[in-house]
Design a protein around this ligand. Structure first.
Ligand SMILES: *[C@@H]1O[C@H](CO)[C@@H](O)[C@H](O)[C@H]1NC(C)=O
Ligand SMILES: *[C@@H]1O[C@H](CO)[C@@H](O)[C@H](O)[C@H]1NC(C)=O
Ligand SMILES: *[C@@H]1O[C@H](CO)[C@@H](O)[C@H](O)[C@H]1NC(C)=O
Ligand SMILES: *[C@@H]1O[C@H](CO)[C@@H](O)[C@H](O)[C@H]1NC(C)=O
Ligand SMILES: *[C@@H]1O[C@H](CO)[C@@H](O)[C@H](O)[C@H]1NC(C)=O
Ligand SMILES: *[C@@H]1O[C@H](CO)[C@@H](O)[C@H](O)[C@H]1NC(C)=O
Ligand SMILES: *[C@@H]1O[C@H](CO)[C@@H](O)[C@H](O)[C@H]1NC(C)=O
Ligand SMILES: *[C@@H]1O[C@H](CO)[C@@H](O)[C@H](O)[C@H]1NC(C)=O
Ligand SMILES: *[C@@H]1O[C@H](CO)[C@@H](O)[C@H](O)[C@H]1NC(C)=O
Ligand SMILES: *[C@@H]1O[C@H](CO)[C@@H](O)[C@H](O)[C@H]1NC(C)=O
Length: 405
């Protein structure tokens, strides 16, 4: 379904959009946290989602619609197509405003229109930002991931002021930001089965820091069976120590730990829902088809997702890629080396058709990896984007990230 004009009302779009973002952003961020956490981003985005959710109860039917450049918008019921909802002076509604193109001038100011997706405002210019990891060649500081500077002498991205930040992915591949000493220094990552209780961000790709309240170890992905103790991953249930190929995920039991639990069977599709609370935790109440909502699976926890996630991690390791801020820029290590694996995860762990049906048209981010849905003929092969095309919520994701950079 498209909702490019007012003939279509797109019910509940914002609720869905944000509940989807909750899952997807969290996923992107969690994958990132396999090396080091990116709390700053997580925090900001969580705040954004929470505030959006708190003002907009998710329930069917709803009358959200997509609006065009020049029209009034409010990010809740009137969502801008291919443009940015620009608010000014504390107003509760804004105007849909065209994105600023690459190299266009911008202000680092929330009242200012946003840079085109995939760009960020740096020194008052919209630029491709944050796609080079520590230790790799650069020409400009803005190309380096946040917290890094492009060294004049070596033309490589290096730590700004020699200090790492555990909230940013700014240590070289294979290291993590050790914050226990007087200064924050990049140290070699832990190994599988090492104690990570005080270093939750130190486990290598292919593992997660998992255990109980008092003791956690770097645990191989998908290695635990039914009933075993695990650390729930609030950000992404598909990246876990529990054996996803057996349909297991880590269900929370206390604030700190949980048990590997069997995924409930899918909600009965002939029964309607009014909001997400009627659905399983990996489903959303989707009512783009009218007033009767239907629980639809958004996140898959199955053998294919587990296999693809492991392959993705293997690719990151094999190519020594760090999932930097703007890892979808085609010049990043991830997008240039692991695009196939990344998109395979997208396709097997997430249900993009649902997402597409719930989003207003958005441009693909500039010079960025865009995964095609496996429903389309190209079956999960990544494609390169440089033009306006199909709606993908990732764009919202990137524009949120870019305003934070
Ligand atoms: C939106 O545009 C109208 C007309 O151009 C203008 O009067 C109004 O102040 C604008 N609102 C915002 C929030 O920019
Ligand atoms: C933006 O500026 C950079 C550096 O000056 C240049 O390489 C690039 O081609 C420009 N991009 C566009 C779209 O003009
Ligand atoms: C840096 O500039 C050189 C020369 O213009 C170019 O070949 C190279 O691709 C640039 N590197 C990056 C990371 O922009
Ligand atoms: C890099 O070069 C610029 C301009 O030449 C200079 O202003 C800046 O201080 C230099 N930075 C470092 C870290 O050497
Ligand atoms: C973290 O840094 C401290 C020193 O500040 C060091 O003693 C400790 O071994 C480091 N931990 C790891 C896991 O590297
Ligand atoms: C936590 O796990 C460790 C290692 O498996 C175990 O020795 C300890 O008894 C557990 N503690 C609690 C409170 O369950
Ligand atoms: C699903 O719901 C319908 C209507 O309430 C009911 O007839 C059917 O038995 C249910 N199916 C399952 C598998 O529970
Ligand atoms: C939408 O609803 C109509 C009838 O209400 C139904 O025939 C159609 O299959 C539904 N489409 C989807 C995609 O659920
Ligand atoms: C996409 O393909 C994966 C396997 O590659 C499959 O598990 C998943 O169900 C497919 N999704 C859709 C919507 O067809
Ligand atoms: C694939 O997309 C078409 C139209 O875009 C839709 O009708 C069909 O249900 C989708 N198939 C799956 C498996 O999602």
């Amino acid at each position: 379904m498209t909702c490019d004009d007012d003939r279509f009302s797109c019910p509940k779009k914002e609720g869905h959009l944000f509940s989807f973002l909750k899952v997807t952003l969290a996923k992107a961020i969690f994958l990132a946290s396999m090396i080091m956490t990116n709390f700053l981003l997580l925090l900001s985005i969580t705040l954004c989602i929470v505030s959006a959710l708190s003002v907009h109860a998710i329930s069917c039917p709803s009358n959200s619609q997509c609006v065009q450049v020049g029209e009034q918008c409010n990010n809740l019921l009137k969502i801008c197509s291919n443009s940015d909802c620009k608010y000014s002076g504390g107003s509760t509604s804004g105007n849909c405003t065209a994105y600023i193109p690459e190299n266009g001038s911008c202000l680092q100011n929330y009242d200012s229109p946003s840079c085109y997706p995939g760009l960020s405002c740096y020194d008052n210019k919209c630029v491709q930002y944050g796609f080079i990891q520590n230790g790799k060649d650069c020409n400009q500081t803005y190309q380096c991931s946040k917290g890094l500077t492009c060294s004049n002498s070596t033309n490589k991205c290096v730590l700004t002021n020699d200090v790492c930040d555990s909230e940013l992915l700014n240590c070289p591949f294979g290291t993590f930001c050790n914050t226990t000493g007087p200064t924050k220094v990049c140290y070699p990552q832990l190994e599988l089965n090492d104690d990570c209780t005080v270093y939750p961000t130190a486990c290598p790709y292919g593992s997660v820091c998992s255990g109980n309240d008092t003791t956690k170890t770097c645990t191989a992905l998908y290695s635990l069976g039914l009933g075993e103790t695990c650390s729930p991953n609030p950000n992404d249930a598909t990246v876990s120590a529990c054996d996803a190929s057996k349909g297991l995920y880590c269900e929370i039991n206390s604030a700190q730990y949980g048990f590997c639990t069997k995924l409930p069977s899918p909600s009965n599709s002939s029964q309607s829902c009014q909001d997400d609370s009627y659905c399983n935790f990996n489903e959303i109440c989707e009512c783009s088809n009218g007033s009767q909502g239907k629980c639809s699976i958004l996140v898959n926890i199955n053998a294919q997702c587990a296999t693809d996630t492991k392959s993705y991690h293997d690719c990151l390791i094999g190519n020594q890629c760090v999932q930097v801020n703007n890892y979808l820029n085609l010049n990043s290590c991830v997008a240039s080396k692991c695009s196939k694996e990344f998109c395979a995860v997208r396709n097997s762990c997430e249900n993009w058709d649902i997402v597409d049906s719930l989003s207003c048209p958005s441009p693909n981010p500039i010079n960025s990896l865009v995964c095609s849905s496996n429903n389309s003929s190209s079956s999960g092969e990544p494609s390169l984007s440089s033009s306006l095309s199909s709606p993908i919520i990732l764009i919202s994701l990137l524009s949120i990230i870019s305003t934070l950079f």
